[in-house]
Design a protein around this ligand. Structure first.
Ligand code: ADP
Length: 615
């Protein structure tokens, strides 16, 4: 077995690989950029080596820096994880040339599958069905247009060097073709340095079906069944499962056998995935499933395969890299139950899924599922890398059991003040079409609005939180069995709200400053008592108004020397992506105003001081 392993990656996949390596008694070496010096994968590895600056181009993508780290630490092998350098044949070659074990396929196999057009040609030769389309060298506008007409609209233009959902354009009518082609070429040139394209028939009700394959150096190739990754947002996978809903045995046998043929055609060694696209308009059948591409590495969604087969895929990768034969023959592999994975992203569904960064003041994931996380509570999410922070994987005897367990775990997930897509994932898992297994890659785009999580907590959750926060004495107007009249005022994420009834029984967490985190349905809000004397965090009797938390001044509504009246808005600060307006505690004049719009302020910093006549 390999004695020591350098993991050329970060985040959850680096932690995942470390876990298996450690179980096998392998010494683990992490690499990290400056931004990741204190990251979880660094803390979990036996050793860690700095490889450069925060941008991935200056660290995780620098082959020489990683090779130097391997030399320095005496690593015997390199595992690339996924993304970064994992499908870079030159890097694989350099690793092997340095006398290290490369945990991956031969560089020649990576190259053979690296370009979409060449890969498809090879698959056609190996008898693997491919999506109808055009793969030619003639890249002239006229020829591409003629080929598109021959395929029939809609057509998909794909960059031959594409990946990660980039460099694709759907064209519905002849009139749109020229513009789409130009923009696809521009994107492909910028992202991949190669503007060549291929054309494919656009599959109208597409499902993404992929097959996990494994090869060893002794000429064996097996498959570990299929996964369905049809739930996608902008061509990026969001929820994956195994096996594929509605897959019958004959279709499974055909597609898995085609995957093994594809892997054999490139002498594949190690873990790989053959991606297919299925036209699911009339259910899954073997004559409507076509090869799309091969990923010559471990996939993000590999845990669902691990759950249903009981195989540790990273262990197999390491054994095969060490020259061992495949641990199990095809006949010994079987599907047990059903597994579903959800990708937890640090992003804000309410703001167009914009990535969200900051410190994870609160971070806890629900129980009863496998969690592959790259972070812990207290860690920071930096803006430098992919916003996926963890994966939750549920396994059950049935699909419904796995689905309910995953939805339940996400429902109980708390991520704050960083925003996450947990609430969105709950909605997606509970969507009637997903529940019924009616999935296709257009589902999320089609149902967009219906999948948006609620903008505020339920009355139950608010009432329970209010009960915990309520100042001494009853909430004004709250009486048992009495009609609700006045409401108590609170601030929800900085906005005043009235809460009529307080009741107990809902989970909430107190934050250090007396505010309350209200978590529900995978979402989190902050509730604080509203005080008439200056917002959530009032001023002392000396009239000094201090910043309740570190933040930025986004508005100053008064000037020094100006008279103000009680309750008048003075300064608004933005902290943890929320606005806090601070108001005058009593009538007086602005005696001190040491801040201006745009200023960064520390917690407790003086923002304004109001003086009365006699002060
Ligand atoms: P990338 O390499 O960028 O991930 P893929 O070729 O794997 O690109 O395609 C990504 C996704 O785009 C697929 O999972 C599917 O949702 C969609 N897609 C790809 N090809 C087609 C097609 N011919 N028709 C319809 N959708 C497609």
């Amino acid at each position: 077995m390999i004695e020591s392993l350098l993991i050329a990656n970060r985040g959850e996949i680096a932690c995942r690989i470390i876990r298996t390596a450690r179980a096998l008694g392998i010494r683990t070496i992490a690499v990290h950029s400056d931004a990741d010096a204190a990251a979880l994968h660094v803390r979990e590895a036996d050793e860690a080596v700095r490889i450069g600056l925060a941008p991935a181009r200056e660290s995780y993508l620098v082959a020489d820096a990683i090779l130097a780290a391997a030399r320095e630490s005496g690593a015997a092998a390199i595992h690339p994880g996924y993304g970064f350098l994992s499908e870079n044949a030159d890097f694989a070659e350099a690793v092997i040339a340095a006398g290290l074990v490369w945990v991956g396929p031969d560089p020649a196999s990576i190259r053979a599958m690296g370009l979409k057009d060449a890969a498809k040609e090879r698959m056609i030769a190996a008898g693997v069905p491919v999506t109808p389309g055009y793969l030619g060298d003639d890249q002239s506008d006229a020829r591409l247009f003629a080929e598109a007409e021959a395929i029939g609209w809609p057509v998909l233009i794909k960059a031959v060097a594409g990946g990660g959902g980039k460099g694709m354009r759907r064209v519905d009518a002849a009139a749109d073709f020229a513009d789409a082609l130009a923009s696809c070429r521009r994107e492909a040139a910028a992202a991949f340095g190669d503007e060549r394209v291929l054309l494919e028939k656009y599959i109208l009700s597409p499902r993404h079906i992929e097959v996990q394959v494994f090869g060893d150096r002794h000429g064996q190739v097996v498959h570990l069944f299929e996964r369905d990754c049809s739930l996608q947002r902008r061509h990026q996978k969001v929820i994956e499962e195994a096996p594929a809903p509605g897959m019958d045995d004959a279709t499974r046998a055909a597609v898995c056998e085609a995957a093994v043929r594809a892997a054999r055609a490139v002498d594949y060694v190690g873990a790989g995935t053959i991606e297919f696209i299925a036209d699911a308009s009339t259910g899954l059948s073997a004559d409507c499933i076509w090869f799309m591409e091969m990923n010559t590495r471990l996939q993000v969604e590999h845990p669902v395969t691990e759950a249903i087969t009981g195989v540790d895929l990273v262990e197999w990768q390491l054994r095969i890299a060490a020259g061992e034969p495949l641990p199990l023959a095809q006949e010994a592999l079987a599907i047990h139950g059903h597994a579903i994975e959800a990708r937890l992203y640090a992003e804000d569904p309410a703001k167009g899924f914009l990535p969200s960064t900051g410190t994870l003041t609160a971070f806890s994931l629900g129980d009863g599922v496998r969690v592959d996380s790259g972070v812990e509570e207290g860690d920071a999410i930096s803006p430098w890398y992919d916003p996926m922070i963890a994966k939750l994987i549920a396994h059950g005897d049935t699909r419904e059991e796995a689905r309910a367990a995953l939805a339940g775990a996400l429902d109980a997930t708390v991520v704050w003040p960083v925003r996450s897509n947990a609430g969105f994932l709950v909605e997606a898992l509970d969507h009637p079409d997903f529940v019924a297994g009616r999935v296709d890659t257009g589902l999320i785009a089609r149902e967009g609005e219906a999948l948006m999580p609620p903008a505020r907590p339920s009355e139950e959750a608010l009432g329970a939180a209010a009960a915990l926060l309520a100042p001494p004495g009853p909430l004004s107007g709250f009486r048992l069995n009495a009609p609700r009249r006045a409401e108590s005022l609170f601030l929800l994420d900085g906005q005043p709200i009235g809460i009529a009834s307080a009741r107990h029984g809902h989970a909430a967490r107190t934050l250090p400053d007396g505010r309350l985190l209200v978590a529900e349905g995978g979402q989190s809000w902050v509730l604080s008592p509203w005080r008439a004397d200056g917002g959530a965090e009032g001023a002392g009797s000396d009239g000094a108004i201090l910043s309740p938390m570190p933040g930025r001044v986004i508005a100053v509504d008064v000037a020094a020397g100006q008279p103000v009246i009680k309750g008048q808005r003075l300064v608004t600060i933005e902290a943890m992506k929320m606005e806090h307006a601070l108001t005058a505690p009593f009538d007086g004049t602005v005696a001190e105003l040491p801040v201006a719009t745009g200023a960064q302020v520390a917690e407790g910093a003086l923002l304004v001081r109001i003086a009365t006549e006699d002060q």
